[in-house]
Every structure is written in structure tokens, then in C-alpha cells.
Design a protein around this ligand. Structure first.
Ligand code: FES
Ligand code: FE
Length: 439
């Protein structure tokens, strides 16, 4: 077709062709070249702790089951029966010993292997039929500090290589305390937005700029009450690795302050020294700061609120958001509950801050119905602020959180992956600080 994604993104100056948020052909290529071959977040280990526990989710538009098997391994496999293709599991989560298809009763184990089916003898006597050829198609699985990822690509680099130096920053939210983290039990909030999946991912990867305008109404009353949450380019940064990005400042409980709960802030303050001793001041300040992050392509989180979410693509013009709240396991129950309520008040479908964002992404998408409109380009030209003073930080770090630096890296990664025929055509940032761990 002659399509070249790199013609659609100018990551040097910073422009993006609007058609990448609209065209069905580009969307189909995203499913193939991005979602079918990169690592995607599928679950937190705490959601599948017991043998037989499972959740269902999506990798791109592929429905998958994430299940803990008897050997302790977490398996991820397609949720579509190889017999006639029916969906195998209809629950969003649960506990069981096997998955039995509704249509003809084929039964699959917690590892996705085909175990038995009605009239099994008829297959056994079929020449060339082997049970092991007809299990549910398995993905590669790996986890990083509680977060489980999967990929359908055999060629993809290890998860550790893919996350690279971003792991050093991720530890600020995934490893602030002994005992690990968990998603608060009770499941995800799910909501649908009529927007392209890249707008929310791009917002979280580096767009604090919108908060100064979009969230003025929602955030100001709570900010005012607790005082002093400032967004500017002093003591703030953006970091990018392999298209993943995080913009943040050194406020320790900046985001958290907008939840309007003094007890929560008191608790966070009481943990500040311990977290600093564990991670050092720089990363301790990232724990609850004014910040947002995206792990490429569609897994995002907000420190402070500790909302973690996937932006599941449902066609070029529709996105389903699944959101959870992540907390240290050892946190006192009443504080966990305060985080639950705080993050619901702010970043749930009816939260005062999330409600602000939705229409912006929907209209940014829908405007491209106009032929002339979608042949214009969008502006990602805001340059990083001045010189970077903190040297030696891993990843591509730029000064100041008010810039389009991370978005340009996000769309650069997007374009490189869209144009690459194989993984060997996709260069990865070399980790500088974090030691390689075996997958
Ligand atoms: Fe699943 Fe026939 S489609 S058993
Ligand atoms: Fe927002």
C-alpha cells in the first residue's frame, strides 16, 4: 500500500499526522505490528494468587485468559476454542480447575492444554490427530515486581530488555516498601470512551500541560485546601525508554494531595524517611509526585493516586479503559481504603479529574471525520526546558515536565514498530544502570 508510518510522525520538530487516529487500515496494522508482537500488561500477580484463579483480559483485540496453574506458573492463552472458535471463558475473573467450552464441551487445563472432550475415542481413532496440537494458543509470559506481561511474539526481546532502564524508575511505585504490592481486591472499573487508544496513552506518557487548563476546575479546590502543588519546570523531568515515558516532579505527595484526604497525606509523610532510605531521595520523591506514566503501548499509571490502567483498543475510534488501584501489601487496611476512595473520587469514570479528560480525547478523535481536518498535522513541538542539571540518570532524561519530549519518543517508537518487518529492525535503548535479570 506504500504506507510508511515514519512519514506520519516528525519526532524531531514534533508533528503527527491526524490520520493515525482515524484510518481503519492503520489501526489494523497496529494490531499486527504493535499489539501482536510487543509485551502487554495482562494482570497483577495478586489477581491470580491461588492455583486455579484466573482473569480474562485483552491483548490488542485478542481475548486472553490469565491463569495460575498447579505448578505455580502463570499462563496466558487465547480465549477462543480451536474447535469452532467459540469464546471459552465468559467470566472476568474466578477460580476453577479447567475451562470447558460451551459449544461441544472441549475442556482445557489451567495451562491451556486440551485435556478431554465428549466422544474422545472418535478423535483418538482419527489418523494424525494429536491432543497436544489443539490446546489454546499460548503467549510468552514474564513479570516485573508483581506486574505480569505477555506477548505472542517469539522474536520479542525479554521483558527485562524491553523495560530496560525504565525498571529503575518503576521501582518507585512497585518497590517502595518490603512485602511487594497488590491491586486492591474487588476487580477493575471498566468504561468506554469514543476515542483512539493513543490519545489517553499519549496524555499519560508526558502531558502534564493539560492539567493546568483541563483540570483547573477539578483540582484547584483540593489543591487550594492542601496548598502548594506547583506544576512548572523547576525540579521536574521527563524520562523515556523504548517509548515508555514518565513525567514527574520532586513533590513526594503532589498527585496525592488532590485526593483531598489529610489522613492519607499524614500516612505518606510517615513513610517518607523509610522510602527514602530504600530508594534514595530522587526516586522517593517520585512515589506520589505530580506525575503520570505510560508503559508502551497502552498501560498507564498515576503515582499518588496509584491508579493503573490499560487502554484497550476496540477499533480506531473506541477504547475500553480497565483501571485498578495498586498499593503496598503491608499498608494498613484503613489507609488502603482511603486510597481506594481517593482514587475513585479523582480517577474513576465519575472521578472529578478523569471526567475532565474524556471529552477532550473523544473530540480530538471525532474531529478527524472531516476529510480536510484529518489531513492537517498536530503540534508536538514544545521543547524541553533548558539544560539538564541532574546527570547520570538512566534513560533519556529531559529537564522540566512541561514539554512534548516524551510524546515525541512515544510516537517515534510507534512509527519504528509500525514500519519494522521484524523485531531485529526495532532498536532498543541499552540499559545503563539496571543489571539484566534472567527472564
Ligand atoms: Fe468449542 Fe466446539 S467450539 S467445543
Ligand atoms: Fe488528565
Amino acid at each position: 500500500s506504500g504506507f510508511r508510518a515514519s512519514d506520519h510522525v516528525d519526532w524531531e520538530f514534533g508533528t503527527v499526522d491526524r490520520r493515525i487516529f482515524w484510518e481503519p487500515e492503520i489501526y489494523q496494522l497496529e494490531l499486527e505490528r504493535i499489539f501482536a508482537r510487543t509485551w502487554l500488561f495482562v494482570a497483577h500477580e495478586s489477581q491470580v494468587e491461588e492455583v486455579g484463579s484466573f482473569v480474562t483480559t485483552y491483548m490488542g483485540e485478542d481475548s486472553v485468559i490469565v491463569a495460575r496453574a498447579a505448578d505455580g506458573a502463570i499462563n496466558v492463552f487465547l480465549n477462543s476454542c480451536p474447535h469452532r472458535g467459540n469464546r471459552v471463558c465468559f467470566a472476568s475473573s474466578g477460580q476453577g480447575r479447567q475451562f470447558t467450552c460451551n459449544y461441544h464441551g472441549w475442556a482445557f487445563g489451567l495451562d491451556g492444554n486440551l485435556k478431554k472432550m465428549p466422544k474422545m475415542g472418535l478423535y483418538k481413532s482419527t489418523p494424525g490427530f494429536r491432543m497436544k496440537d489443539w490446546g489454546l494458543r499460548k503467549a510468552r509470559v514474564a513479570s516485573y515486581k508483581g506486574l505480569v506481561f505477555a506477548t505472542f511474539s517469539e522474536e520479542a526481546p525479554s521483558l527485562d530488555q524491553w523495560l530496560g532502564d525504565f525498571r529503575w524508575y518503576l521501582d518507585a511505585v512497585l518497590d517502595p516498601e518490603d512485602g511487594g504490592t497488590e491491586f486492591l481486591p474487588g476487580g477493575a472499573t471498566r468504561s468506554v470512551m469514543a476515542c483512539n487508544w493513543k490519545f489517553p496513552a499519549d496524555n499519560f506518557v508526558g502531558d502534564i500541560y493539560h492539567a493546568l487548563w483541563t483540570h483547573l476546575g477539578g483540582a484547584e479546590p483540593t489543591l487550594g485546601r492542601h496548598g502548594g502543588v506547583i506544576v512548572d519546570n523547576n525540579g521536574s523531568y521527563q524520562v523515556s525508554v523504548n517509548g515508555h515515558g514518565w513525567e514527574f516532579n520532586d513533590s513526594f505527595y503532589g498527585n496525592a494531595a488532590t485526593m483531598g484526604d489529610r489522613e492519607l497525606l499524614r500516612y505518606m509523610k510517615s513513610r517518607q524517611d523509610a522510602i527514602t532510605a530504600r530508594l534514595g531521595k530522587f526516586r522517593a520523591d517520585m512515589w506520589g509526585s505530580v506525575a503520570s506514566a505510560t508503559i508502551f503501548p497502552n498501560f498507564s499509571f498515576l503515582p499518588g493516586y496509584f491508579t493503573f490502567r490499560t487502554f484497550q483498543p476496540k477499533g480506531p475510534l473506541k477504547t475500553e479503559i480497565h483501571a485498578w488501584t495498586l498499593v503496598p501489601k503491608d499498608m494498613p487496611d484503613d489507609i488502603k481504603d482511603r486510597f481506594r476512595r481517593g482514587s475513585m473520587r479523582t480517577f474513576s469514570p465519575s472521578g472529578i479529574l478523569e471526567m475532565d479528560d474524556g471529552e477532550n480525547w473523544e473530540f480530538s478523535t471525532q474531529a478527524n471525520a472531516g476529510f480536510v481536518t484529518r489531513n492537517q498535522r498536530l503540534c508536538y513541538a514544545m521543547a524541553p526546558a533548558g539544560k539538564l542539571e541532574t546527570q547520570g540518570l538512566p534513560g533519556h532524561v529531559t529537564a522540566g515536565q512541561l514539554s512534548d519530549a516524551n510524546q515525541r519518543q512515544f510516537y517515534r517508537q510507534w512509527a519504528v514498530m509500525m514500519d519494522a518487518a521484524t523485531w531485529s529492525d526495532i532498536p532498543l535503548d541499552t540499559p545503563a544502570v539496571v543489571q539484566e535479570a534472567a527472564e
